[in-house]
Write a protein that binds this ligand. Structure first.
Ligand code: SAM
Length: 278
């Protein structure tokens, strides 16, 4: 008998993946945490029936979340990841030699436990430069003024505890938690299916930061496969990787390169119009 997992990606669109085995399933204080072994994507983390990441395509998302802000920033030393419980963004951040401390503020310890156990290649939680706080990311930024060079929000979709991570009050707190020149990145969903959300996030970032923009990448397990990342800075140009940094870091990546970085800011007109003031 074939077993399939189906996610309702929108009320009118579903994705189904064939499942070899359910490796883990438990209810945490915040959500249903599940790890599947799938035929097409390998192991997959699923929260409340929504696909979060998979062994096959995780690099495409995690590299673009981490390397665009870290290579654009002139000297990233202290970095915060909000959410990101699978550890993929934190792992990529820790690959940067300039980073002295990388913090992660994740609300749900059970996601981190499941990732450590079933997706160990995605994370580097025991790296001496890493520190994991089990707390609400909103509270964490409010309690850490001028503390970080880069803040990255790798959250679930805007439901439950993630709703406020897409709002202006949070963006103001992020601005205060960044040092001068600091960069903020947040996953901002699909330009096909979440157009109002992208418009709202962009307008909010423009109202708080002197520089705001959007870049994109491909992630096959997310709705539509065409994914956006909203970015805002305290002055730094996020579109330009810093001179010589890529060569100095010597990273072996599978998605990110400095050319991909620059190209990701080229927006098709149906996406560019989401950045125009209403
Ligand atoms: N890359 C995935 C995506 O785009 O769907 C997200 C991966 S990561 C597992 C998302 C994490 O955000 C979850 O583990 C969830 O517990 C966490 N999260 C949601 N709201 C949060 C909040 N307010 N503070 C901290 N973490 C939060």
């Amino acid at each position: 008998m074939q077993v399939w997992f189906t996610e309702d990606q929108t009320p009118n669109l579903r994705i189904s993946v064939r499942v070899r085995q359910v490796l883990h399933q438990e209810r945490s204080a915040y959500q249903e945490v599940m790890v599947l072994d799938t035929v097409e994507f390998g192991r997959m983390l699923v929260l409340d029936d929504v696909i979060q990441t998979s062994q096959k395509d995780e690099f495409a998302y995690h590299e673009m979340m981490a390397h665009v802000p870290l290579f654009a920033h002139p000297d990233p030393r202290r970095v915060l990841v909000i959410g990101g419980g699978d550890g993929g963004v934190l792992r990529e951040v820790l690959r940067h030699p300039t980073v002295e401390e990388a913090h992660m503020a994740e609300i749900d310890p059970q996601v981190v436990e499941a990732a450590r156990r079933f997706l160990p290649e995605l994370n580097d939680f025991d790296n001496p430069r890493a520190r994991v706080f089990f707390t609400d990311g909103i509270r964490h930024v409010e309690e850490h003024p001028e503390a970080y060079d880069v803040i990255i929000v790798d959250s679930t979709d805007p439901v439950g505890p993630a709703v406020a991570l897409f709002g202006t009050e949070f963006h103001r707190a992020v601005f205060r938690a960044l040092r001068p020149g600091g960069i903020f990145v947040q996953q901002s969903e699909s330009p096909f299916f979440n157009r109002d959300l992208i418009r709202r996030v962009q307008a909010s970032l423009r109202s708080v930061f002197p520089v705001a923009g959007l870049y994109w990448g491909v992630v096959p397990t997310y709705p539509g496969g065409f994914w956006t990342y909203s970015v805002a800075t305290r002055g730094t140009d996020p579109r330009r990787p810093r001179e010589g940094a890529w060569e100095a870091a010597g990273l072996r990546t599978r998605y990110y390169t400095p050319d991909v970085h620059r190209a990701a800011f080229a927006l098709p007109p149906f996406v560019a119009e989401l950045l125009e003031p209403a």
